[in-house]
Design a protein around this ligand. Sequence first.
Ligand SMILES: Nc1ncnc2c1ncn2[C@@H]1O[C@H](COP(=O)(O)OP(=O)(O)OP(=O)(O)O)[C@@H](O)[C@H]1O
Length: 152
Amino acid sequence: MTAPPHPDLPLLPGETRLLRGADEQRALGAELARALPPGAVLFLEGELGAGKTTLTGGLVGALDFADAVTSPTYALMHVYPTPAGRVLHVDAYRVRDPQELYEMDLEDLIAGSRLSVIEWGEGLYGDYPAAPILRLEHVEGDPEVRRVGRVR
Ligand SMILES: Nc1ncnc2c1ncn2[C@@H]1O[C@H](COP(=O)(O)OP(=O)(O)OP(=O)(O)O)[C@@H](O)[C@H]1O
């Protein structure tokens, strides 16, 4: 939790990228997977269809996990056992009480994972100050593009 911010990420804080098509979205996920160290957390914010699952698919794929990645919306958490270590994919959107996350022993799960991707985890931003936050957005007038910005 006291890890320094990650200097080698493809996006700097405040920077934004336009990604055309799911392949570019996956490619950013792959870059992030390579840059983030073991135990790191990546926070994602983005409406329905903004590309969170696609980006996570690229991230997990870069760690040599070939199976399909699906949205964790109905499961709260998916666990992908990649050869590089476990990747957690958590959707905290419907978790109103942060206590619920603590009761899952999330902190220990995160510490023992290669990477943890947490959607809508603002209740945890303070606990993981070094973790980057990405905001994924649709681009008005162009359904073939997504905007990805690093908020922190
Ligand atoms: N950069 C991009 N450009 C164009 N289309 C994209 C891009 N990234 C993802 N998509 C497409 O957008 C659709 C929704 O993507 P995805 O399922 O990843 O969104 P999501 O944020 O996970 O949505 P949900 O909240 O429903 O789980 C998919 O068809 C995907 O191929």
